[in-house]
Structures are given as structure tokens and as C-alpha cells.
Design a protein around this ligand. Sequence first.
Ligand SMILES: Nc1nc2c(ncn2[C@@H]2O[C@H](COP(=O)(O)OP(=O)(O)OP(=O)(O)O)[C@@H](O)[C@H]2O)c(=O)[nH]1
Ligand SMILES: [Mg+2]
Length: 450
Amino acid sequence: MNDTIAAISTALGVGAISIIRVSGDDSINIVNKIFKGKDLTKVKSHTINYGYIIDNREIIDEVLVSVMKSPKTFTKEDIVEINCHGGVATTNRVLELLLTNGARLADPGEFTKRAFLNGRIDLINAEGVMDLINAKTEKNRQISINKLNGKASNLVKELREKLIKIISNIEVNIDYPEYEDIEVLTNEKILPEIITFKNDLEKIIKDSEDGKIINEGINVGIIGKPNVGKSSLLNALLEEEKAIVTDIEGTTRDIVEGKINLGGLILNIIDTAGIRETDNLVEKIGVEKSMEIIDKVDLIIFVLNNNEAITEEEIKILNKIKDKNSIVVINKIDLEKKIKLTNYNKKIIEISVKDNIGIEELKNEIKRIYNIEGIDTKDMTYLSNARSISLLKQSLLKISTSIKNIEENAPIDIVELDLKNAWELLGKIIGETYSDELLDELFSRFCLGK
Ligand SMILES: Nc1nc2c(ncn2[C@@H]2O[C@H](COP(=O)(O)OP(=O)(O)OP(=O)(O)O)[C@@H](O)[C@H]2O)c(=O)[nH]1
Ligand SMILES: [Mg+2]
């Protein structure tokens, strides 16, 4: 028997209504003890009941109480929801009464955790619940609802079904070999199936990475020498005077950030201290942070000054960023051209923040890199978070190993073992198997009362 948990499910503050949710075997009894109205132990399931919350004889609030009996509830347990008047004093008092009458304060996410443990939802659905609550853009909302309603889970379930077919094909053929030798079987029959499966899996990984980008946005770091116009560019992109701009070198000492929504893609843009040798301690720390940013962000915008010759330091940075997602920008094209960039064969965008030239082109280049042009027409069914993507990739590794083993004529049961491992890893995405640590970590990120 599970103990009965209670929490305030609405945001705490002044509002017309607050909802206090109670779930567990004893929830109807507990609420009934503090309710004046119909006998809640006798009302039908899924009814809303008018009455008062009382403490002995004192009326605490006038309320509507929803009674929902197991199993057709969010947690699959008996759930009672008390709709009381909003406001901190009333809600807290009602919650206190529930706690003194036998309920326990729920942990963050505990209702959803119970829904998962009782088999009502899988882990992707649960993550969808959390994502939906935290969704800040319309695209976030669409991705989250597709996780919550099971569309994203189906991607994994379909993969697992395909894999089971391949595995059972192997088993059937081991038990009743229609092929005389196992090598012919694996090479002619199983190998093409696994290769097709690998392609499907790779496509889902690629889509999921796109989904992660749409869902979480990307971190963009603006780096470059002092005075090239990094802060000016940040302000231009944000359309706001967020960072201080002066003609003094070393103006920006610490990181300045701002967000924009670029056609559905959230950019978290980070302006950094200009990179140069310096003896000033504060500036030095800033410069170190700027160098670290290069490795941390998803996209680097490296700003150069059109009006100055390129320096050794800048050539070093160009080399450092060449294998990363980066855009080289030459600013101040309103001034005389003194820069010469030889041996650089990637695209360069020329801008003048002062005269508002090239900013749109820069934005379009970011859209192009992240392939977000058709974002409005996509169906937004993505796995989209780091946990799922990592498991998909682990599964892909197992599949690749199985292909390699077949090609090297390894025994078929070794191949089968890899496929089974891949299948189990996919199962972890939906929570077919899980560890307590994972659940604790995942649900602790939920808000209280959900
Ligand atoms: N002519 C011209 N001046 C610009 C342009 N963009 C920025 N500036 C000027 O260049 C100077 C430096 O600009 P900032 O944006 O502070 O440069 P920064 O790269 O952030 O400099 P630090 O923070 O010191 O590293 C300011 O005086 C800006 O007004 C441009 O497109 N053309
Ligand atoms: Mg600056």
C-alpha cells in the first residue's frame, strides 16, 4: 500500500483558485475528515462536490472537491482535488489540515512518478509532462505534447519491434535451420535487415538532435579581439542596448548574455571580453573565460575588424575554431579595408553594425547552419533530450558492432547478444528498465504538486 501524498498543484501566490491534490489509498478518507458536505466516501467517481473545508467546527474555506477513484486517474490511485480560493493563507491552511489528518507532503514530481511506477505513462510521457510545464515557445509546446501523448514513444517502440523481428529471425533459424550453414543465413538474410535498421536508427538520432536544438535552443558565443564590435553586434542582434559599447579596448570584462528567437530557434547569445594579452587581473580573467567559451558553445561568431590588419592571435583563433560550428564575421566595413584574409576558404560575412549592413545575412547563415527553414511544417515528434539521445547512440554502437561481427564471421550468438543489448538500451529510453537514481534525478526536476 502506498502512503497518501498531498501538495499544492497551482503556483503559490494570489489567484482566484488554488488546487490541492491528494493521491493514494487513503485520500478520500482523509479529505472526508475535513470536508463538510456530502459524505465523500459514498459519492460516485469523477464527481465534483460542493462544500466546506473545516477544522473541527471552524470553516476554513468554501470549496469544490473532485473525487476520482482508481484506476482511471493520473496516478492510477484514488485522487482527490480540492479547488479552494487562491492565496497563500487559505491554501497553506488546507494543506496543513491534510497533513495533520494523515497525508504526507509529496516530493517534487511524485504524482508523475507514481503515474510512471503504476504503469500509466512511460518515461518519455513523464518527460513530456515536465517539458510542457516548462515550455516557453510554441515549438517547445508542440514537442512536449507529442512526448506526452505518446507519439515520441512510438518512435522507440517501432524501433524495438523491428529489432525483435530480426532477433526472432535469428532464433528461428538457429532452431530450425532452413539454411544449411549459418554464414549464408547471416550474410544473406540478417545483414541487410540490420543495415536497414541501422539507417532507421541513424535517422531518428539525427532528428532527435534537431529536436534538441529546437527545444533547448543553442548557445552562441561572440568572440574576437578588443574593440572589433562584439558588444555592438550583441546589441544589434538583441535589438537592445544590453552590453556597454565604448571605443576603449577591454570594455567588456565579464560575460553578457541575451536571448533571441530566430524563426523558432532560440539563440542564447554570449558576448565576451576581447581576447588579448593583458596584465590587468580583471581583464585577464575575462579573457580566460572567453577562451573557455570557445569550447562550451554550440556556435562561435568570430568577429574581425575590417579596418585593421589581422594579428597572430587572430590567426591562432581561426585555427582553433575551424573544426567547430563557427561563422567568421568582418565588422566595420564602413571603414577602409585593411584586413587581408588569405588561406581561409570558409564563408565570411561582412557587416557594419554601425550602418546596419549584413546583420540579416548573418541571421540567415545561422538559420542555414541549423537547417531551420522548414521548421513550421515539421510535425515536432522528437525525442529531443540528452538522456534519450545518449541511449539512442549507445544502441547504435551495438548495432554497428553487430554488423562488424557479421562481416568478420563471428558466431551468430555473439551477433544476437549485441542486438539484444541494443534492444535493451532502447527500452531504457521509455523506462522499460530503470534505476532508482535515474528516477530520483529525473523527477526531482519537476515542480511540487505535479
Ligand atoms: N565604424 C564602425 N564602428 C563600429 C562598428 N561597430 C562597432 N563600432 C565601434 O567600435 C567600438 C568598439 O565597439 P564594442 O562593441 O565595444 O567592441 P567590443 O568588441 O565589444 O570591445 P571589447 O568589449 O573592448 O572587447 C565602439 O566605439 C563602437 O561604436 C562598425 O560597424 N563601424
Ligand atoms: Mg565588448
